[in-house]
Design a protein around this ligand. Structure first.
Ligand code: GLN
Length: 196
């Protein structure tokens, strides 16, 4: 690996710019937008941002970036999905068994799962990062949660009895939007997954 961690952000749709901004305030990180399989070759890790999961997956498939990501992640590249990105990574989507996903994370998810009345909300929650429990601000926007987790999946965060942060080896998924708060703790944790 280079001295600087090269972190790509999938930039086909959704709030990729906020991730680039968050990453650029972490020392020794170079952030770049990933739009093609060639762009992916130049990064050490990838973030899948929030947005609309059905649109993101269609756009990935159109340019064969889905298979390029799958290939890199299955050979160890760290990947981090937030909100729609968590859905894109999941093995299955509850009540939408035909929704294609990358199936890189052994969880089932429910979309827009916190209910219509509270489409978007913010709340403090605790997450465990590197064996320390931290309180962070969660911005939830039509957020999913995990309805099922596989035996190797580690739960990093729960909010209102719902699983909202998980990790399985090099795959990290968060139901809310850590890129919108100015807090870099989750992004820094992800960057550290490149070397660990
Ligand atoms: N509800 C969106 C979806 O299902 C996710 C929302 C978000 O990423 N903020 O794809």
């Amino acid at each position: 690996m280079n001295d600087r961690a090269r972190v790509g952000v999938l930039a086909l749709q959704g709030d990729f710019a906020a991730h680039i901004k968050t990453l650029s305030s972490i020392p020794n990180v170079t952030a770049s937008e990933v739009r093609t399989p060639d762009d992916l070759k130049n990064v050490d890790a990838l973030i899948l941002p929030g947005g609309e999961s059905t649109t993101i997956i269609k756009l990935l498939q159109r340019i064969d970036l889905d298979s390029a990501i799958t290939q890199r992640v299955s050979t160890g590249m760290p990947v981090f999905g937030t909100c729609a990105g968590m859905i894109v990574l999941a093995n299955e989507v509850e009540e939408a068994p035909n929704q294609p996903t990358l199936k890189l994370l052994d969880i089932g998810v429910a979309r827009n799962a916190f209910g219509r009345q509270i489409d978007s909300f913010e709340a403090d929650l605790t997450v465990s990062l590197n064996n320390s429990v931290e309180t962070i601000r969660g911005v939830f926007i039509r957020a999913p949660y995990a309805t099922r987790i596989g035996p190797n999946v580690e739960v990093l965060g729960i909010f209102n009895d719902k699983i909202v942060a998980v990790r399985d080896k090099n795959v990290l998924a968060i139901a809310f939007h850590p890129e919108l708060t100015g807090d870099t703790s989750i992004h820094s944790y992800f960057v550290n997954m490149i070397t660990s």
